[in-house]
Design a binder for this molecule. Structure first.
Ligand SMILES: [Zn+2]
Length: 392
């Protein structure tokens, strides 16, 4: 699934939270539908503003619940050393994008269960608050019945929020990879067989089975008087089927670099400019000679301190080139451009800096320059049949 577009809303502990345009359609439909629902509950007419306020509040709280679910996945992933590229909400829920796949069944299980655990807590919290507000019987009526139940607006809102989250919980726990329940199934299969690729294939087959069931049910609903619900279910089935297929392809590709580290495929003899070199020397001895767009820059003990690009060096006026050192020209945002050479190669697959720069600077545990890992080298390693040694 591509999420190129969308709008960044805010950051939570450094994680970018964005919404896809399709999400606004969902919010709009929820607000329209719930306005009518709350009008019935409160027994008010079209001119009342109360139902609209409740509908907007419900939509925002629903948005918040999905976000908390995704943050549950994200925080556990981060604690397990897996970066999160961002969380996107779209028409069919949320997606927390991990920078790499998990490396053990235990980690996979904990990340997968974290989202449903958060949603389960939300359901329990809604039930607790709802029962406190309306009593057990009143809350039960508000949660199960549409129309005039005599419930207060707030109790109806809490009841709706609890019900929709229960639905989200049950749906996500279907053992249909890549839904959370499918990821749990994958973790269990991985734990039993010790083979991630096999486990993924198994979980994805289950996922595709469920996808076909959803498409079938959707068609049945469509022709038997529920075209909107049927169409929705069928689309979800199609998306699930596509995601399951893509996940298998992705695992098969990344299994080719299983066990490889950055140091196995990097260029081990990188050309670096010393930071005390003059701009003149950098241009003559490096840029004009090698014709590369940028070079890593190192200090006197070979520690990587940043990148110098051709444009910056060219931009120094000719009369100042002899007296300007490379160290003066460095962009100070070299954070994220370097990677420890022992890092598993798989960890760089979703790396943002790698995508932007086309390469990463490999360093040892003391920050000394050890190599340059280019996207081309990673690409060549990925094209090797599984088990074959990589071409360096
Ligand atoms: Zn989830």
């Amino acid at each position: 699934m591509g999420f190129g577009g969308g709008i960044t809303l805010f950051h939570v502990r450094g994680i970018r939270i964005s919404v896809d345009y399709s999400w606004f359609l969902v919010l709009f439909l929820i607000i329209i539908w719930l306005s009518g629902f709350y009008r019935d509950v409160l027994g008010e007419d079209n001119s009342a503003t109360g139902p609209y306020v409740l509908a907007v509040a419900s939509a925002l709280l629903f948005f918040g619940s999905i976000l908390l679910h995704e943050l549950g996945h994200a925080f556990v992933a981060i604690r397990r050393g897996i970066g999160i590229d961002g969380i996107t909400l779209w028409m069919f829920g949320g997606v927390a994008r991990m920078s790499r796949d998990t490396d053990s069944p235990g980690t996979e299980f904990k990340i997968a269960i974290a989202g449903p655990a958060v949603t389960a807590l939300i359901v329990l919290a809604c039930a607790g608050v709802g029962i406190a507000l309306a009593g057990p019987q009143g809350f039960r009526d508000a949660a199960l019945t549409e129309g005039d139940t005599g419930a207060s607006g707030i109790a109806a809102l809490i009841a709706w929020l609890g019900s929709i989250n229960l639905l989200v919980l049950l749906f996500n726990l279907l053992p249909a990879y890549p839904l959370d329940g499918g990821r749990i199934a994958r973790a269990i299969a991985w734990w039993r067989t010790g083979d991630r690729t096999k486990a993924t294939r198994f979980a994805a087959t289950l996922g595709r089975g469920f996808a076909y069931i959803m498409i079938g049910l959707g068609i049945v609903m469509f022709v038997s008087g529920n075209p909107v619900g049927g169409l929705w279910l069928a689309i979800v089935g199609f998306i699930l089927n596509g995601s399951a297929r893509a996940a298998v392809a992705q695992t098969e590709v990344s299994s080719r670099i299983d066990g490889l580290a950055v140091s196995d495929v990097m260029d081990r003899e990188p050309v670096a400019i010393p930071e005390d070199a003059s701009a003149e020397r950098a241009l003559d001895e490096f840029f004009l000679r090698y014709r590369w767009a940028w070079f890593p820059v190192v200090d006197s003990s070979q520690r990587f301190v940043g990148l110098l690009d051709r444009g910056t060096a060219d931009g120094v006026p000719e009369v100042e080139r002899a007296s300007t050192t490379v160290g003066d020209l460095l962009a100070r945002d070299s954070e994220g451009l370097s990677i420890e050479q022992d890092t598993p190669l798989e960890a760089v697959l979703g790396n943002q800096a790698m995508r932007r720069l086309g390469a990463l600077i490999a360093v040892d545990d003391e920050g000394r320059l050890r190599g340059v890992l280019t996207a081309d080298a990673v690409g060549r390693a990925l094209q090797q049949p599984a088990g074959a040694p990589p071409a360096v």
